[in-house]
Each structure stands twice: as C-alpha cells, then as structure tokens.
Design a protein around this ligand. Structure first.
Ligand code: NAI
Length: 213
C-alpha cells in the first residue's frame, strides 16, 4: 500500500472501529456490510467507506468486509501488532489507577515500571510492579527497552521530567499533566484531558436542557 498522509480525524476514529470489530470477531461474526457496521456504530456508511478508502478500502467484496481481516489490518495500522513497553511516572491516584488497569496488556502495552519522587511511595506494589525512585529511571528505561512513558505528575514537574526521559530514550509520551510539552521531532506526544470530555458532556447537557425549555 502506498504511504500517504492520513488525517488525524481519521486516525482518531480507528480505535473505535477496532473496538467494534473486536467485539464482532469475539461474537463469531465473519462478514459485515458497511451499512450494518454503520448502524451498529451510529455513523454513516459513507463515512466508513471514506475512512477505509484511506487505506485502500480493505477489499470489500460481495457482501461486506471480512471482520477478522479488517480487525487485523486496523490493528496493524494502529501499531497493535507489536508490543510496547511502558512505564508510569507519578504513583499518585491517577498513576495507580492506570497501573491497575489490566486491559492495556491485551492490546500489547506492557506495564513494566512505575516511578515517583516521594520516598513514602517507593517500594509500593502496583499489580506486581514495584514503585522505584526517579534516580533509577535512566538505567531502567535503557535496560528494559521502554518506549512509552505515561506522565501522571503535576504540570509543574512535567516539562522537566519530559526533557529528561526523552534524553534517556523514551519515544512516546502519554501526557496527563495539564501542560503542553515541547519535545524534539520524532517524539510522539498524546495529551489526555479527561475534563475536556466532561466539558463536552456538560455542553450537550446544557443544550438538551435548553431545547426542553
Ligand atoms: P497525586 O498527587 O495523587 O499524584 C501525583 C504524584 O506525582 C505524587 O505521588 C507525586 O509524588 C508525584 N510527583 C510529583 N512530581 C514528581 C516528579 N518530578 N517526579 C516524579 N514524581 C513526581 O495526583 P493525581 O490525582 O494522581 O494526579 C496527577 C496529575 O494528573 C495531577 O497534576 C492532575 O492535575 C493530573 N490529572 C490529569 C487528568 C487528565 O485527564 N489529564 C485527570 C486527573 C488528574
């Protein structure tokens, strides 16, 4: 397939396709038409076809798409056919909640280490992973081929920590700190702000209430 620039809007929809296809696969569904997938996912069939056309269309033939093939192909596009070692920096409430979530492994994200600067948290066990001190970070990243760091530390420390981990070889940052990180080219950053999603919910709630007035 020819490599071309895919829009971030399309990329952001792929995980949802992947999730639905995974469920269809688990239910033993072998083929699905774009119309049926569209009904299931509550998006238009033309949106689905347009999205898939970015990747050559995934060979829809006769009646619909082959579910397993489509699931595997979208998985490959998302890089989920490989495993990725990750660490969490910041063993507070959020860091521990993420560390305790089992399903990342199912997608090939392997929870390898957890770090904090608070001496009281060092040695704590989070789902079989021992919280280590930040002093051990550099060696740990290098020895364990860590690709991804999850930042669950306050914004006041995030910029400095991000700079350090990039110099230690981290390739991607899943950033929960409320600050924009400046990283060298080639380093991937995905910012997560749960409150953005909550504000969207709040907007829709207010709009609905106004409509009912
Ligand atoms: P917390 O206070 O329970 O945990 C923060 C942890 O980071 C503490 O254990 C602290 O010792 C550690 N820490 C601070 N500076 C550090 C450094 N330089 N190196 C290593 N460890 C360091 O806070 P919580 O609730 O876990 O939240 C963590 C951060 O994530 C907060 O700044 C919060 O604003 C943010 N947050 C972001 C959300 C989002 O959707 N993006 C949602 C919830 C929290």
């Amino acid at each position: 397939m020819e490599e071309k620039e895919i829009s971030q809007a399309v990329i952001s929809r792929l995980p949802r396709y992947f999730r639905y296809l995974g469920e269809l696969k688990a239910d033993g569904v072998e083929r699905i038409s774009s119309q049926d997938l569209s009904k299931l996912m509550n998006v238009t069939a033309s949106q689905i076809r347009q999205d898939f056309n970015n990747f050559g269309g995934f060979g829809q033939q006769g009646y619909g798409y082959n579910v397993e093939f489509l699931y595997d192909e979208i998985g490959k596009i998302l890089g989920l056919d490989q495993t990725h070692n990750f660490i969490i920096i910041g063993a507070g409430n959020l860091g521990r909640a993420l560390g305790n979530y089992m399903n990342f492994e199912r997608r090939g994200f392997l929870f390898k280490g957890m770090f904090d600067r608070n001496p009281e948290l060092i040695g704590m066990d989070v789902r079989g992973v021992t919280v280590l001190h930040m002093d051990e970070l550099e060696e740990f990243i290098k020895k364990n081929a860590i690709e991804i760091a999850v930042l669950t530390i306050p914004k006041t420390s995030a910029v400095e920590v991000a700079e350090k981990i990039v110099s230690y070889g981290i390739k991607a940052i899943w950033n929960f700190a409320h600050v924009d990180l400046e990283v060298p080219e080639g380093i991937q950053v995905e910012n997560v702000h749960l409150s953005d999603s909550l504000m969207k919910l709040s907007y829709n709630l207010s709009r609905y209430k106004k409509e009912q007035e």
